[in-house]
Design a binder for this molecule. Structure first.
Ligand SMILES: [Mg+2]
Length: 374
């Protein structure tokens, strides 16, 4: 309190000297009646304090030796592949500043060099994504189109995460089926893990809801799980079926590939997986879905079930505090790196109370290590 009083007083005094006429009288009256709350000044002070605290807590990578000692601390990097929503256009004026590696189909500068440097140092790279519409195969195709060498084994999407969670964590029985609300990405991953499914891209599910469907829809003992992802052909029929299955028994698993509210792509924001399928079903059924995407523990467990990793020597690289960085903190990873080419800037750390271990301007900055001088 004392600090605030002493530092705001000169500011108010100088404002008082600067303002003339009736506005000065108004200010004097307000000060006298004690209703003048100098929010602007105390906010500035809070910002300065938060900035100092953040500087103390977060190591900023800036010079080449910083990058080289950072890289030497880790063997595995989990790289965020998702774009981020774009709520503050005045703060991030460049449309392409919405991720770590790319925005939609454009690579960020020097990312290719960074990836090849990390590979040359024998680092393991795992590309993590919440996008459920793409399978690993589809992602590998995207990497190939952009000229980045990446194998299917290095890609870990939320559809794959859900399939791994079902098969290796929950030991999903072979005689049961998963009812899918989503696109081909989910189907491909379930098929790869040998899990039976219905729904999904089946054209019979996309037709209008008929009067006879009220009688025709009923419980199906074959269904052992309902898996929700981003569905671009969502229909009343699909939601009705899913609700019937969720209500038939508490043993029917309720899974979501991710709970993203929005799907940012092509410079715009579209409804995400949570909005199209999961949240309506949670609301209708009163049940809560298990999230298999970032920042859930289920996804981290699935990653550790799939790869042999040393937690202490693993670092997540992301652009978003409440998904990527939180994911790393909850998963007890050895490090978290925030890149400032996406949704969050350094001042957001204090606002959200989430602090990464390291911060750098762009993922492409690591390319300075390429010539091997450091
Ligand atoms: Mg991201």
């Amino acid at each position: 309190m004392a600090l605030r009083r002493y530092t705001t007083f000169p500011a108010i005094a100088s404002l008082y000297m600067w303002i003339r006429g009736p506005r000065r009288t108004m200010l004097a009256l307000r000060l006298q009646r004690g209703i003048f709350v100098p929010n602007r000044f105390s906010n500035r002070l809070a910002r300065q304090y938060n900035a100092l605290y953040t500087m103390q807590r977060v190591a900023r990578l800036f010079f080449p030796p910083d990058y080289s000692s950072f890289v030497s601390k880790f063997d595995t990097f989990l790289l965020d592949c998702d774009g981020s929503p774009f709520p503050f256009p005045h703060r991030t004026p460049l449309m392409f500043r919405t991720g770590v590696i790319w925005n939609a189909d454009t690579l960020f500068p020097r990312v290719k060099e960074t990836l090849s440097y990390l590979r040359s140092q024998g680092k393991q790279l795992i590309f993590v994504s919440n996008n459920s519409t793409k399978s690993r195969r589809a992602y590998a195709q995207k990497f190939e189109n952009l000229g980045i060498p990446a194998s299917e084994d290095e890609i870990f999407g939320s559809s794959y995460s859900a399939a791994i969670y079902l098969s290796r964590v929950r030991n999903f029985p072979a005689n049961k089926k998963v009812y899918v609300l989503g696109e081909r990405g989910i189907e491909e991953e379930l098929k790869a893990e040998g899990i039976n499914y219905v729904g999904g891209t089946d054209p019979n599910e996309r037709i209008d809801f008929a009067r006879t469907d009220y009688d025709a829809l009923g419980p199906n003992p074959e269904i052992g799980a309902v898996l929700c992802g981003l569905d671009q052909h969502i229909s009343y029929k699909k939601l009705s079926k899913a609700l019937v299955y969720l209500r038939q028994s508490p043993e029917v698993l309720f899974l979501a590939t991710n709970l993203d509210s929005t799907y940012p792509t092509h410079g715009n924001i579209f409804p995400g997986a949570g909005t199209t399928t999961t949240i309506p079903l949670e609301y209708a059924s009163g049940r809560q879905a298990t999230n298999c995407g970032k920042p859930s523990k289920a996804m981290m467990n699935a990653i550790f079930a799939r790869y042999q990793l040393d937690r202490e020597r693993t670092c997540i690289v992301g652009d978003r505090l409440d998904t990527d960085i939180q994911f790393g903190i909850d998963g007890n990873l050895g490090g978290t790196l925030l890149v400032l080419t996406g949704i969050n800037q350094l001042e957001d750390c204090a606002r959200q109370g989430i602090y990464p271990d390291y911060v750098t301007n762009a993922f492409g900055d690591f390319a300075v290590l390429q010539n091997g001088e450091y």
